[in-house]
Design a protein around this ligand. Structure first.
Ligand code: NAD
Length: 520
């Protein structure tokens, strides 16, 4: 593959990004002194430069964290939930005050364009507000008892420490979805961020620790951060003191973590890979569908779990739509995510680039025609991995199309009947996000019905990515079935109690069972 030498935006001077990170930590009033070491070099995808080198936690450290998290849980669960909410209110305020610095840090470490980084930080602020409200709404039920003078109720108690393992692509939001809700539910928390984005984790996590240190009732070690890779995540998965393991990442990771947590009957919340599709029907507003498609397929350089990976076009509109799609993808500005006019920043690393090229080769071998997908060389950044998003016309939904490749590749398929389109949409192992562009109300409803999309997220006239925090987020099949937050997902972080109170003077048994005893 030949690299095209274009320089769309200025790149920072050598070492400038590491200096910017140091300045950001200074502005946040946080120190990295205790975290620096030589185990883990953190690189910026913007230019491949080293931002910092960190110590990794060893198994014994994670073990000690679990014991501390248990002790913190025993204290925190006794604090009334609205007081727990007060911690999250103060944390949300801190994140709001430092939104711009945190967004820049996120862009520098993860490579998503600044507007998307700001959106992710806003999501952290939003989930804080949601969790504060939730802290006064952790309600149970009253259920009709079949026995006279009995009261049957259901209520919720804190469950135990949360171990949250997160992916590089949303290095702050997914953690905040789970952790802020778990904290108001009365649990303590350990965060094992991706080894590719530990600095963002240290910034967000330390700010929460700072808010906790100033909170009247928050115990020591309420929130801890474990820096490490898969081995560190494995210790969390296995640890009997960690009641809930929320793990976001690849299906392969989830298959390992899910089994390990289940083996000890812990509670697993799994948010795994997606392979999301859009159907564009003949009645669709084509301009809207095109805009929605291009953003969903190329946002975060195709590295969102909800990235649009399959486009299912009606035969009657296919030729024109594909032509416009290829032209639009070809006109995107690719370059530094810190520049205002950039649409697509870099891939996270070379491994992501190699995986993309392997997928494109397989697509060609399976009969596909590839448009774009080449490396874009940016002057001064030979160690960064910028690409032109690929549009791949496929003759069928072949093996490569059924896999998630975490890069901007959009496979184009076609259909003639809605049944056929729904069968294609559902015909993959993943079940995260889906959408249909249509102005036909029957098609829109059918797509959302039980006969329609089998995904956890089903959209009409909106792309597959960019969910709001209020709705439960997650998917079915190999996506794992978990819902980290939104709607009633808070129940993942609590234990349900069913309580029956007899306020009569007799002892009627349920289902009319007789058990007469001669007792005075
Ligand atoms: P990854 O699976 O490589 O790593 C995710 C996290 O799991 C990291 O913290 C990693 O250290 C840890 N890990 C990896 N293997 C582990 C193991 N065997 N035991 C314990 N921990 C382990 O994923 P990634 O490359 O960081 O992220 C991309 C993937 O995440 C994609 O598949 C994407 O679809 C998925 N994702 C899903 C959601 C969702 O909500 N469904 C959200 C974001 C990302």
């Amino acid at each position: 593959m030949n690299a095209i030498d274009i320089s769309l935006s200025p790149q920072p001077a050598a070492g400038a990004l590491a200096d910017a990170v140091a300045d950001i930590f200074g502005e946040l009033g946080l120190s990295l002194a205790g975290d620096l070491g030589s185990d883990l070099d953190v690189l910026s995808p913007i230019d491949g430069s080293t931002l910092a080198s960190l110590k990794m936690h060893q198994p014994a450290d994670v073990d000690a964290m679990a014991a501390q998290a248990q002790a913190a849980f025993l204290a925190w669960k006794q604090v009334p939930a609205p007081h727990r909410g007060e911690l999250i209110r103060r944390y949300g305020q801190l994140v709001r005050e430092h939104k711009e610095a945190l967004s820049r840090l996120l862009t520098i470490e993860n490579g998503k364009i600044l507007t998307e980084a700001r959106g992710e930080v806003q999501e952290v602020i939003d989930i804080c507000e949601y969790a504060v409200g939730l802290s006064r709404q952790l309600f149970g039920l009253t259920i009709a008892s079949e026995r006279a003078e009995h009261r049957l109720t259901e209520y919720w108690h804190p469950l135990g420490p949360l171990g949250l393992i997160s992916a590089f692509n949303f290095p702050a939001a997914v953690w905040a979805w789970g952790t802020t809700v778990a904290l108001v539910c009365g649990d303590s928390a350990i965060w094992k961020p991706s080894e590719k984005t530990p600095l963002t984790a240290l910034a967000f996590g330390k700010l929460l620790q700072k808010a906790a240190a100033d909170h009247e009732f928050a115990p020591e070690h309420l929130v801890q951060i474990a820096i490490g890779g898969a081995e560190c995540g494995g210790i969390i998965a296995d640890h009997p003191d960690i009641a809930i393991v929320s793990a976001t990442g690849s299906v392969r990771m989830g298959q390992d973590v899910g089994v390990r947590v289940q083996r000890r009957f812990g509670r697993a919340v799994l948010e795994l890979g997606g392979n999301n599709a859009a159907i564009v029907a003949p009645s669709a507003d084509i301009g809207l569908a095109l805009r929605g498609t291009v953003f969903a397929a190329t946002g975060t350089c195709g590295q969102r779990c909800t990235t649009l990976r399959r486009l299912i076009l009606h035969d009657s509109i296919r030729a024109d739509f594909v032509k416009r799609l290829i032209a639009t993808a070809g006109s995107l500005n690719i370059g530094s995510p810190l520049a205002d006019d950039t649409h697509v920043g870099p891939l996270i690393d070379k491994a992501a680039f190699d995986a993309m090229q392997r997928a494109l080769d397989r697509a060609r071998a399976e009969g596909g025609t590839v448009h774009g997908g080449e490396r874009i060389a940016i002057a001064g950044s030979p160690d960064a991995w910028y690409v032109r998003p690929a549009i791949v016309e496929m003759p069928a939904q072949s093996a490569i199309v059924r896999e998630e490749t975490f890069a901007p590749i959009l496979y184009v398929l076609s259909y003639s009947t809605l049944d056929e389109a729904i069968a294609l949409q559902n015909g993959v192992p993943q079940g995260l996000s889906s959408c249909i562009f249509t102005n036909d109300v029957r098609e829109a409803e059918r797509f959302q019905s039980a006969e329609g999309s089998d995904c956890g997220i089903v959209n009409v006239n909106i792309g597959t990515s960019g969910a709001e925090i209020g709705g439960a987020f997650g998917g079915e099949k190999v996506t794992g079935g978990g819902r980290v937050s939104g709607s009633d997902s808070w129940k993942n972080y609590m234990r349900r109690v069913t309580a029956t109170v007899n306020y009569s003077t007799s002892l009627p048994l349920a289902q009319g069972v007789k058990f007469d005893l001669d007792i005075d």
